[in-house]
Ligand binder design. Structure first.
Ligand SMILES: Nc1ncnc2c1ncn2[C@@H]1O[C@H](COP(=O)(O)OP(=O)(O)OP(=O)(O)O)[C@@H](O)[C@H]1O
Ligand SMILES: [Mg+2]
Length: 292
């Protein structure tokens, strides 16, 4: 069952609707994003992306710098609105992350909505209840303690202090940081800070987790430990995770499927084996042979 589906999504930066149309017409003729930029002055974020991400899937988005990875993931929580296209999200798929009961996500009914049509209040609710994000540079609030950071999303939802701190402690325990609940972010190493970032995203209890280069700033050993921890948690949580990386080894290790972007276009989606044995073009083939 699809959880998220991008339909013909294009994003042309700093262009009005007419300007975006003219850039997209050039892209449709096969012009690449560099040529479009030099001819029109507009930056191509994404062009005509069609991508379905399944419920409970850990889906990696891979590509070189500037290929459109951050642009894509930020459409899913509407930090960015597209120049054209639709974004379907099945909001009937519940967050059921109660580890103790080991419940897998189940859709009560299939009811995809185009999130571009959400009004302000519904959008706010969607952002809080359906998606959470783990950032590359952790994004913790420096004057809040670890537990306050983890409980922050629940505070925004007006949950009582004792209740939200209980939930925060549960997730701090899951990421192995319970003893640090009263520390401040600048007292922690990068790896610890990102564990707090992960605990905060999990505490929000949303069915969709968005991770934009979440492990890229970490040392190789710590990075590998966090990858293992994510896989171990995901085996029990079954969330829908969109995981961005520019590292093919990381994509192959964590991703059930991988989507490869180049110049704002989606080149191929498949398992690591699909990409290795049937690469759609040289760009994909080079990634797969570069894999150690
Ligand atoms: N706010 C913006 N204004 C104008 N152009 C932008 C903006 N954000 C991104 N772009 C352009 O859109 C394209 C895709 O950028 P994006 O940040 O999505 O790439 P990325 O794959 O995440 O790269 P990185 O690996 O460096 O994070 C790039 O050409 C970039 O210059
Ligand atoms: Mg990026």
């Amino acid at each position: 069952m699809n959880h998220i589906r991008l339909e013909n999504i294009s994003k042309i930066y700093n262009a009005n609707a007419v300007q975006a149309q003219s850039a997209m017409a050039l892209l449709a003729e096969g012009m690449d994003s560099i040529e479009v930029k030099s001819q029109t002055g507009y930056s191509v974020g994404l062009y005509d992306i069609n991508l379905a991400i399944k419920a409970g899937e850990l889906h990696c988005i891979m590509g070189l710098s500037g290929s459109g990875k951050s642009t894509l993931i930020r459409h899913i929580n509407r930090l960015i609105d597209p120049s054209s296209g639709k974004i379907w999200v099945d909001t009937a798929i519940d967050a059921q992350t109660n580890i103790a009961n080991d419940i897998s996500p189940k859709a009560l009914s299939s009811a995809p909505i185009n999130i571009l049509e959400l009004e302000e209040k519904a959008l706010q609710q969607y952002r809080q209840q359906t998606t959470s994000m783990v950032f590359q540079h952790f994004g913790l609030v420096p004057h809040m303690t670890v537990i306050q950071n983890v409980a922050y999303g629940l505070r925004v939802r007006k949950m009582k202090t004792a209740e939200r701190h209980d939930i925060a402690r549960h997730w701090l325990n899951e990421v192995g940081l319970l003893n640090l609940e009263h520390s401040y972010p600048d007292e922690l190493s990068g790896g610890m800070q990102q564990r707090v970032g992960l605990a905060r995203a999990l505490a929000a209890d949303t069915p969709i987790l968005l991770m934009d280069e979440a492990f890229s700033a970490l040392d190789p050993l710590i990075r590998s430990q966090l990858q293992d921890q994510l896989l171990e948690l995901q085996a029990r949580l079954n969330k829908t995770i969109v995981f961005i990386t520019h590292d093919i080894d990381e994509a192959v290790k964590v991703g059930q499927r991988i989507s490869i972007l180049n110049g704002g276009r989606l080149i191929q989606t498949g398992t690591a084996a699909d990409l290795r044995h049937h690469p759609a073009d040289d760009y994909v083939a080079q990634f797969m042979t570069a894999k150690s």
